[in-house]
Design a protein around this ligand. Structure first.
Ligand SMILES: [Zn+2]
Length: 416
């Protein structure tokens, strides 16, 4: 279904939740009228950056539209915060002066669209509706990632980098920790630390209370994991390896294999107690997320000083070691139990990557910037990148970019 606005056919089906940041009261009123009355979207207008960032903390925004110049800041800073707080939200920046400098700045900040004032109603609606469609297509591809650990800190040591990268890619993440680690310290304190680490990772935490050092490979462990599988419905699970000296880790791995039998992708991560039989075949680059991994592990203060295996040089050296076999300098390593995403056919190179036969997939998504060549959704392309195709590639790779170097060219929204 469509209608004509300014001579432009505008699809009226998508109705989005839009955050509008515009300090000119009259102009904001005009934009709200167009988006709400003509476009049928739900619009929340605010006049300053501080208010906008506060609202971005609550979920559900489909599109952020912001003026570039605001009384208390710059629209590009809001876009940067939006990417951190709500990666799936699409972004539009408006400016009265369309200079090459401002366009390049927008590109560097991975703005999805760039509109010049005065904005034509038809252009505005066409842009918003197009971004809504790509946002929803991306949402369908979004992964739900669950990491399972026997004790607080297991998951962070094994896959914290991968979890942060998934969040940055807009995927949902969760951590299931089966015990409070009472044998290794004071229970309430370890639970607090687990919550702090999960919060830092941006992951939902399921903290359960099985008996530390006595986790079984059968019941009740399988039922505890199944309950979380049913609640979170993951598409990807990371768990312990059976190649591990710690009985809790081995049994968590065995119970996970049973409980996750219907999950399409199942991988086992490395613990410091892994044996020499731990033989990973998938190496996920975490160059941009290694620092976050270190910070997440630091959340375990009660253990940090007394556990040799939490020493930062060991974490860093382990990631560096596996990086030799992966797509980047630092990597987390995984044994592949199951991966049902490989499809032989038109998409063959990506499929081969996805199961890690040769090299691991680059971590995470990156919907911005012209260096991306691995997109598999033509509708998710970057109009700004097209408009500025003569901008040097180096200029498009901003800080925090997921998957540096070679990997950057092979990112995919859900390729972790
Ligand atoms: Zn453990």
């Amino acid at each position: 279904m469509s209608e004509m606005v300014d001579g432009t056919a505008v699809a009226s089906d998508p109705v989005g939740r839009i955050l509008l940041v515009e300090d000119d009261h009259d102009y904001a009123g005009f934009l709200v009228h167009v988006l709400q009355k003509t476009g049928g979207h739900a619009v929340t207008p605010v006049a300053d950056a501080e208010h906008a960032v506060r609202l971005l903390g609550s979920p559900g925004w489909d599109v952020l539209i912001t003026d570039i110049h605001l009384p208390d800041g710059n629209g590009l800073d809001i876009v940067r915060r939006a990417r951190e707080l709500t990666p799936s939200t699409r972004t539009v920046v408006m400016t009265a002066f369309a200079s090459v400098d401002s366009a390049v700045d927008a590109l560097r900040n991975k703005v999805d669209e760039f509109l010049t004032k005065p904005v034509r109603p038809g252009d505005l609606l066409e842009t918003v509706n197009r971004l809504l469609l790509t946002a929803r297509a991306a949402a369908k591809r979004r992964q739900r990632v669950l990491a399972i650990g026997a004790h607080p800190d297991d998951v962070e040591i094994g896959v914290a980098g991968i979890l942060v990268a998934n969040r940055a890619a807009g995927n949902e993440t969760a951590v299931l920790t089966l015990t409070c680690g009472a044998e290794g310290g004071e229970r309430a304190e370890r639970a607090r630390e687990a919550r702090a680490a999960a919060e830092f990772l941006g992951a939902e935490l399921y903290l359960r209370d099985l008996t530390d050092t006595e986790i079984s490979e059968g019941q009740p462990t399988v039922a505890v994991i199944e309950e979380v599988i049913n609640a979170f419905n993951p598409t990807v699970v990371y768990t312990h390896s059976v190649h591990d000296n710690h009985q809790d880790h081995r049994n968590t791995s065995l119970a996970s294999t049973v409980a996750c039998r219907k999950v399409p992708r199942l991988y086992c991560y490395q613990s410091p107690s892994a044996t020499v039989d731990f033989r990973p075949t998938l190496f996920v680059g975490i160059d941009d997320f290694l620092d976050d991994k270190m910070t997440a592990i630091e959340a375990y203060r009660s253990q940090y000083a007394i556990r040799e295996y939490l020493a930062p040089d060991l974490t860093r050296a382990t990631a560096r070691y596996w990086g030799r076999l992966g797509p980047s300098r630092y990597a987390e390593s995984l044994e592949v139990v199951r991966d049902r995403t490989g499809v032989v056919g038109a998409d063959q190179p990506d499929s081969a990557d996805a199961v890690g036969r040769d090299r691991a997939p680059a971590v995470g998504a990156d919907r911005g910037a012209g260096t991306r060549t691995g997109a598999n959704d033509p509708g998710d392309e970057q109009p700004i990148a097209e408009a500025l195709s003569d901008v040097p590639v180096e200029a498009t790779a901003g800080p925090g970019r997921v998957g540096a170097g070679d990997a950057a060219a092979r990112t995919d929204e859900t390729a972790i």
